[in-house]
Write a protein that binds this ligand. Structure first.
Ligand SMILES: [Zn+2]
Length: 470
């Protein structure tokens, strides 16, 4: 697995930054053109080489005003983005096929056609793709991709910080960027220009880091994603409890801030309506900027990522095998999150948590199994029936035990691993049916007087009794 490393420029002078920014702006136009022309059907099955040859032949390339190596690399990057955009739509289409098509052979035929990009000729598939594949648009005009053989790194003083020399707009004239690190970046570089600084993103092989990492634990642990904390494990430990506060504070801040911005926006619009465009421009420039907002967002995201990764590391300190719900599919498609910032932030954090579990277990050598999350937070682990949820408490209607909902969820997630009937792709309603059928079967098998003291309860007596006493 690849791990991204980021180096930053240190004391880069404004003139150099300006040159790089102009280069990135022109390359942004190349990206936009690629998206506009090949972002939809016309781009299916077309490689970046074909587009490149086309653009060199018809003279499009001469209008870019950048070096050939630069725009070619950017084109390759844009085509990869377009492909990723298309593959994301395919994942949704595959979900639909899994739900709707029961015939095994037909399902296989559809999957293959989708994979080989032959869906255009299939009416059913192309209808699904049209539905899920939204035409993307380029919004990137601050990036420069530099191929590994086109830059060089050097140090000015022995053992000092590294300098990076990258191509400029003029052939054979390099721009030297001082970096804030003594480690030279390697491979293909992505320079991202932000607020007068250059971030140098590059990838290294994650497996080479393995030796420097602590090894994982020995237990098999189930984890559940909560709202107030990053993860709760099946041993009732909560990890990353500061997450809830972070999300709430940020959400409250945004709510207040956005209300004030809307008010100022209204004043600006009013001024423009009566012809006072100088005032409107002044407000837009001085009061409605995005610099501080972006800076805050980046700081917040970095903070949440750090909390999330710490929580994942804490779980893997103890676990050899982690069982988690598939966080990337837990929000039903089509369910709108609306204007509620808190929920939107929580949804975003799910992705970060999934990434953290994935990359930390990869690096530390533990296994990660994803299971179906349907109803895991509603089944009482004591009697395995659907309990009643009240806030973060789950009441078992059969034996009267009270569970902390996330803890119960983590136990259920753990038990889903190896479940013969409920697989990762079992549909939601079918899962409910299976749970109820099992409960019915147990009820008829057990004598009536026994059902009030189920055998299962002995397994987790402390938690159940502790909570009942509260
Ligand atoms: Zn129970």
């Amino acid at each position: 697995m690849k791990v991204t490393r980021i180096a930053c420029s240190k004391n880069l002078n404004a003139h150099k930054y300006g040159q790089l920014a102009e280069q990135a702006r022109r390359l942004g136009q190349v990206r936009s053109l690629a998206w506009r022309k090949y972002g939809a059907l016309a781009g299916v099955g077309v490689s970046d080489r074909t587009i490149r040859d086309q653009w060199m032949k018809d003279g499009t390339a001469e209008t870019f005003g950048v070096l050939a190596t630069d725009w070619k690399e950017t084109l390759r990057d844009a085509v990869a983005d377009i492909k990723a955009n298309r593959e994301a739509a395919k994942a949704l289409v595959r979900q639909t096929i899994r739900r709707r098509t029961t015939d095994e052979a037909e399902r296989k035929r559809l999957f293959t056609a989708l994979k080989r990009d032959q869906w255009v000729d299939d009416p059913y598939l192309s209808r699904l793709m049209r539905k899920h594949w939204k035409h993307g648009q380029n919004r990137t005009a601050n990036q420069i991709v530099v191929r590994s053989d086109l830059y060089r790194t050097f140090t000015v003083t022995e053992g000092g910080d590294v300098w990076l020399a990258v191509p400029s707009l003029v052939r054979r004239q390099l721009i030297a960027i001082p970096l804030n690190t003594t480690v030279a970046p390697t491979g293909t570089l992505r320079l991202i220009l932000r607020d007068g600084r250059v971030e140098v993103h590059y990838q290294i092989d994650g497996s080479s880091l393995k030796s420097s990492q602590r090894s994982c634990g020995t237990a098999k642990i189930g984890v559940d994603k909560g709202y107030s904390e990053v993860l709760t494990d099946s041993k009732s430990n909560h990890h990353g409890q500061e997450l809830g506060g972070l999300l709430r504070t940020e959400s409250d801040f945004h709510k207040a801030k956005n209300a004030r911005r809307a008010k100022i926006q209204a004043v600006a619009e009013k001024a423009r309506a009566v012809g006072n465009s100088a005032k409107a421009d002044r407000i837009t420039r001085n009061n409605l900027g995005t610099k501080k907002r972006n800076r805050r967002r980046r700081a917040f995201e970095a903070c949440v990522r750090s909390v999330t990764f710490t929580a994942a590391r804490a779980v893997i300190d103890k676990a050899k095998h982690v069982v988690a719900e598939d966080l990337t599919r837990s929000f039903p498609a089509g369910k709108k999150l609306g204007k509620n910032t808190n929920r939107r932030l929580a949804a975003w954090n799910k992705g970060v948590t999934a990434e953290a579990l994935h990359s930390v277990s990869e690096r530390r050598g533990s296994a990660l199994t994803l299971v179906n999350a349907a109803y895991t937070s509603q089944v009482a682990p004591c009697c395995r029936i659907l309990g009643t949820r009240k806030g973060d408490r789950l009441h078992c209607t059969q034996c009267g035990a009270v569970w902390q909902a996330d803890h119960a969820g983590a136990i259920n997630v753990l038990e889903r691993d190896g479940d013969p009937d409920i697989t990762l792709h079992t549909p939601h309603p079918r899962v409910k049916q299976i749970i109820q059928e099992r409960a019915d079967r147990r009820r008829t098998r057990l004598p009536v007087q026994d059902s009030s003291t189920p055998v299962r309860r002995a397994k987790y007596p402390s938690q159940a009794t502790k909570l009942r006493q509260q």
